[in-house]
Each structure stands twice: as structure tokens, then as C-alpha cells.
Design a binder for this molecule. Structure first.
Ligand code: YXS
Length: 267
């Protein structure tokens, strides 16, 4: 459709033009931390684009952003005795929306990508990043027991040794290294970013949307085809509960909020 439309929102700018939907995460004061409102608006934009026949979606921050997204809003994580990443957590919801959207989503990245935002970027269908970008998997830094679907999403994005290095050190890796590892499609200089993403979007747009959507859904189903028995699942959930009930989990969150280094004791 040729409808040009900007949907009025507060933390996100959503535009649909010539069958390309663009979502700009625009909550700069909080470095686009993935809070409930920002996620709701991203999901609303994705649904609007699907309804209006967009062929491809671009997910970005404003041009020149220093942080693409600081990840889950730490202030929205439960302090204890509740799963920090349960089924209805906003981060889980937006990742499921991105994965089940019938059209491809290109993550157009400038600035740092942290924690849950790293999983959100990897839940997109392609990633184009500028050379300043870094990706960090941060649960171990905060004492968060990541959830099993999230870990599977990371597993589908990189190799055994790299995922363990990123998860256990919680250190960012550069876009150049991520590209060498095949985690992202392109690293480009800032001035090339718009053009490179636009070229990909145009190439996708001229192909058959029904074919693309069924291939995307086949990939999603096959990537998640792992036989985990109820017994195995419940054992992992029990292990996760012990972590989010731990002192270390509370220490991780408090240290972040108090802007100090955490002292983890293993309790
Ligand atoms: O001091 P004020 O109150 O203005 O707030 C500061 C930060 O606390 C806040 N902020 C956040 N608030 C909630 N959730 C966040 N993820 C978050 N990140 C930042 O924004 C204000 C400005 O931040 P500041 O002063 O640190 O800015 P900066 O330019 O010095 O540093 C930017 C960052 C992004 C490098 C730095 O803010 C940072 O390291 N943020 C946390 C990145 C991170 O570890 N994210 C993971 C969040 S937890 C998550 O995603 C999952 C649960 S998990 O960890 O399991 O993957």
C-alpha cells in the first residue's frame, strides 16, 4: 500500500511508507530501556504494519544514537520471588511478535545493544550495524536467571564457545567480531547505514510475500524444534527459581540501581 502514515506514539516513531514500516525507538532519556510502554508501542506498530500490508519492517534508534537499547528496564524487574522473564514479560512478548510477524524485520543498529535488547536484535531477521556498535549478553552481570527460550534464541545466533564467552563474561563484543562470527549480516560506516538497509528492504519488498512468510515460519518452527520433556523443563524452572530467589539476584539489581559493583557470594 502507498499509505504514508505516522502513528502518534510517545516513546516510538512508527512510519509506513511504500510498504516499508519503520519503528524508531525514541526514549533517549532512558537509552531506549525496554520498559512496558516502549514494548507496547513497538508491538502496536508491528500489528499496524501487518494490517496495512507492509512487506518489510525496520527497527532502529534515531540517527546517531549512542545506545540502540539498554535492554530490559532494570527498574521493572521483580526484586525477588517472581520469575523476572516469565511468559508475559514485555521483553518476551515483543520477541514473540518479531518472530511470528509474517514479514522480515531488519534491525538497523547504531549504538550499544545490551542484555534483552541483544536478544531482541537477534530475534529480527537481519542485522545491519555501524562499526561503533557492540553486543552484550548481561544476565550474569546482574544475577538474572535467563529463560530457556531466550537461551535458545542466543544458541540459534552463534556458536557454542562464543555464546558461553558472551554469557559468562557479560562483556560486549564488537560489531566487527559479530560479523566475522556470522551473528550479524553487515557492519557499515555510519554514512552507509541508511543505503545498505534501504537496499535490503527494496530487495525483500519486490519478492513474493507469501513465500517469504512461509519460509520465515518454517525457520522459526525448525529453530525451536527441541525435545525438552516436562520433567526436564520443570527441573530447569526449579533451578531458575533458586536463582531469582537468591541473595545474589537482589545484590545484582541493587548494585545496578545504586550504581556500584555487585559482590556476588553464591548465596
Ligand atoms: O541515573 P539515572 O536515574 O538517570 O538512570 C541512568 C541509568 O540507570 C538508566 N539506565 C537504565 N535504567 C533501567 N534499565 C536499564 N537497562 C538502564 N540502562 C540505563 O539510564 C540513565 C542513564 O544511564 P547511564 O548514566 O548509565 O548512561 P551512560 O551513557 O553512562 O551508560 C549507558 C549504558 C547503556 C552503557 C549504561 O546505562 C548501562 O550499562 N546500562 C545497563 C546495560 C545493561 O546491563 N542492560 C541489561 C538490563 S537487564 C536485561 O536486559 C535482562 C534482564 S538480562 O540482564 O538478563 O539480559
Amino acid at each position: 500500500s502507498h499509505c504514508m502514515g505516522v502513528i502518534p506514539m510517545s516513546l516510538v516513531i512508527a512510519e509506513l511508507e511504500d510498504s516499508i514500516g519503520t519503528i524508531t525507538m525514541n526514549h533517549l532519556r532512558k537509552h531506549n530501556a525496554l520498559n512496558e510502554i516502549l514494548i507496547e508501542e513497538i508491538i502496536a506498530a508491528l500489528k499496524h504494519f501487518k494490517k496495512h500490508g507492509a512487506r518489510v519492517v525496520i527497527l532502529r534508534a534515531p540517527p546517531g544514537a549512542k545506545i540502540w537499547s539498554a535492554g530490559h528496564d532494570v527498574k521493572e524487574l521483580p526484586l525477588t520471588r517472581r520469575d523476572p522473564l516469565g511468559w508475559d514479560d514485555p521483553l518476551r512478548m515483543v520477541i514473540r511478535q518479531l518472530e511470528t510477524l509474517p514479514m522480515p524485520v531488519i534491525a538497523m543498529i547504531e549504538g550499544g545493544v545490551w542484555g534483552g535488547a541483544c536478544e531482541m536484535a537477534l530475534a529480527c531477521d537481519m542485522i545491519v550495524a555501524t562499526s561503533d556498535v557492540s553486543f552484550a549478553i548481561t544476565p550474569a552481570k546482574l544475577g538474572v536467571p535467563y529463560n530457556i527460550t531466550g537461551v535458545l534464541n542466543f544458541m540459534n545466533a552463534t556458536s557454542r564457545m562464543i555464546l558461553r564467552e558472551m554469557a559468562f563474561t557479560a562483556q560486549p563484543i564488537s560489531a566487527a567480531r559479530a560479523e566475522r562470527l556470522g551473528m550479524i549480516n553487515y557492519v557499515v560506516e555510519k554514512e552507509e547505514l541508511e543505503q545498505r538497509v534501504h537496499t535490503l528492504a527494496q530487495q525483500i519488498k519486490q519478492n513474493a510475500p507469501l513465500s517469504i512468510s512461509v519460509i520465515k515460519e518454517e525457520l522459526r518452527i525448525m529453530e525451536s524444534a527441541h525435545s525438552v520433556t516436562p520433567r526436564m523443563f520443570e527441573r530447569l524452572q526449579g533451578l531458575r527459581r533458586a536463582v531469582y530467589d537468591s541473595q545474589d539476584y537482589q545484590e545484582g539489581l541493587s548494585a545496578f540501581l545504586e550504581k556500584r559493583k555487585p559482590q556476588f557470594t553464591g548465596e
